[in-house]
Structures are given as structure tokens and as C-alpha cells.
Design a protein around this ligand. Structure first.
Ligand code: HEC
Length: 124
């Protein structure tokens, strides 16, 4: 048992060091600026407002302003990406996947939308 502990020790140290590295890497990431509406607006403007904007309001929703997006219908449930339709319809959890009849958004854009909602969907 003692022998086992001794031979295991370097591994454990390595494991702790690795864990610390991962931890510090992720805290560096979350220390960054909070995601705000300004960060996700370009994504929505480019991919969504052709069908969900002032001129055309598919399904009766508009995604061309913060006020419209936060109006209700669970388009955004701050802090809860799973319940937020704006995320679920874009990552394919709910169908038809948005943007409708277009290519899915790049993963980086989906991630940013998700992060924004998770962090509370702040306007500024
Ligand atoms: C080509 C037109 C088109 C584009 C572009 C488009 N949508 Fe849609 N969207 C629709 C239509 C049509 C529906 C209704 C679909 C249905 O119910 O079958 C819809 C429905 C939705 C719904 C469901 C609303 C609800 O309350 O159930 C959400 C959320 C949504 N769209 C988000 C988006 C987002 C986010 C984008 C951009 C990434 C986007 N859409 C781009 C046409 C579009």
C-alpha cells in the first residue's frame, strides 16, 4: 500500500498541476468582458432580420432590436440558453433550424449567442 502511494504520487501531482492549468485557463476566459447585445447584434442582423425584421416578421417575431428580442415568447430567457428559442432554433435543438432554409450559423456564432444568454443577455 505504501509502495503504491509512493509510485502514485508523481501522477497525482501531475494531475493536480493539469487541473490547475485548466482552471486558470477557464478563469482567464471568463474574466473577459461580459457579452452584450452589441456583440450578437451583427450575427442577427446578418442572418435573421431578412425574415424577422421591420419588413417581414415570420412567425410574428422581430429580431432587429433589443426591445423586440426581449419582448417575450421565450425568445430569450436570460441565463437559460436551453429555454431560449433564439439559441435552441439556431443550434438545431428545435426545428425548423434557423436561419430557415439557409446554412446553419458558424459554431462560433452559435457559441457567442449561447454565451450571451448564459451571461444574462445584457443590453450593455
Ligand atoms: C428565410 C427566412 C428566415 C430566416 C433567415 C430566419 N428565420 Fe426564423 N423563422 C422563419 C419562419 C418561416 C419561422 C416559422 C417556422 C415554423 O413555425 O415552421 C421562423 C421561426 C423562428 C423562431 C420560432 C419563434 C417561436 O416563437 O416559436 C425563432 C426563435 C426564429 N425563427 C429565430 C431565428 C433566428 C435566430 C434567425 C437567424 C439566425 C432566423 N430565425 C432566421 C423564417 C426565417
Amino acid at each position: 500500500m505504501k509502495r503504491f502511494a509512493r509510485s502514485f504520487a508523481p501522477l497525482a501531482t501531475f494531475g493536480v498541476a493539469l487541473g490547475l492549468m485548466v482552471l486558470s485557463a477557464s478563469s482567464v476566459q471568463s474574466e473577459g468582458k461580459k457579452t452584450t447585445y452589441k456583440d450578437v447584434k451583427p450575427i442577427l442582423d446578418k442572418a435573421c432580420i431578412g425574415c424577422h425584421g421591420a419588413a417581414v416578421q415570420s412567425d410574428g417575431i422581430r429580431l432587429d432590436s433589443y426591445a423586440e428580442i426581449m419582448k417575450g415568447r421565450n425568445l430569450v430567457v436570460a441565463g437559460d440558453p436551453k429555454k431560449s428559442k433564439i439559441v435552441a432554433f439556431v443550434n438545431g435543438t428545435r426545428q425548423p433550424r434557423m436561419p430557415m432554409s439557409g446554412k446553419p450559423l458558424p459554431q462560433a456564432s452559435i457559441d457567442l449567442l449561447t454565451k450571451w444568454v448564459k451571461e444574462g443577455a445584457a443590453e450593455k
